[in-house]
Design a protein around this ligand. Structure first.
Ligand code: HEC
Length: 164
């Protein structure tokens, strides 16, 4: 029961993180001229770099991103059910390096800044580290890796956006 409660807590944190992840902050970061206020989430207080991808690559990236969010949702749901085997498969296959190859196909050879590539690699690595620790069935080990996996999403959203 304790474990289920801990996972339910994580679900709340994930919702919070996703709303901080730049997905709803367009109203504050359009001009990049406002002053940085202490305590404001970074995403809304810094100017993010635009990727300016060709339209098809942009749609491909957005599709991958929505699947990332669904994957995290499914991982947390599996952990809540204590279905560790399923959670590990999802972490490895839906967020790990295999997903990178699918993402690249969808982005149709578009070029990305090297910083973007590094953040993408760090995110796949964090997910595979999570996948490796899930079979321990020990939430004390799993939750910090789940947090790092989410943090890798947030870090990239703080730096990059699709368009000016
Ligand atoms: C290497 C960079 C990077 C990583 C890592 C990353 N994203 Fe994104 N994501 C982006 C960019 C860029 C956008 C477009 C944001 C914008 O233009 O404001 C985006 C947009 C999104 C969107 C909106 C999609 C849409 O249809 O508009 C969701 C949802 C999302 N990301 C979820 C996630 C989740 C969940 C993770 C982690 C499991 C993640 N992303 C990891 C770069 C990244």
């Amino acid at each position: 029961m304790k474990q289920v409660k801990a996972v339910a807590g994580m679900v709340m944190i994930i919702f919070l993180l996703c709303s901080l992840a730049g997905l709803s902050s367009a109203e504050t970061d359009q001009h990049g001229t406002h002053k940085v206020e202490p305590g404001t989430p970074k995403t809304s207080s810094t100017k993010r770099m635009a990727l300016n991808l060709p339209p098809a690559a942009q749609e491909g990236l957005k599709l991958t991103m929505r699947e990332h969010l669904e994957a995290i949702d499914a991982i947390v749901a599996a952990l809540a059910r204590e279905d560790f085997a399923k959670a590990a498969i999802l972490a490895n296959e839906e967020l790990g390096f295999p997903k990178h190859h699918m993402a690249m196909q969808r982005e149709e050879g578009a070029t990305f800044p090297s910083a973007y590539h590094e953040l993408a690699m760090a995110h796949h690595k964090a997910a595979e580290d999570l996948g490796a620790v899930i079979p321990t069935k020990d939430l004390k080990q799993i939750l910090p890796h789940l947090e790092q996996t989410l943090h890798a999403c947030v870090k990239c959203h703080q730096v990059f956006r699709l368009k000016e």
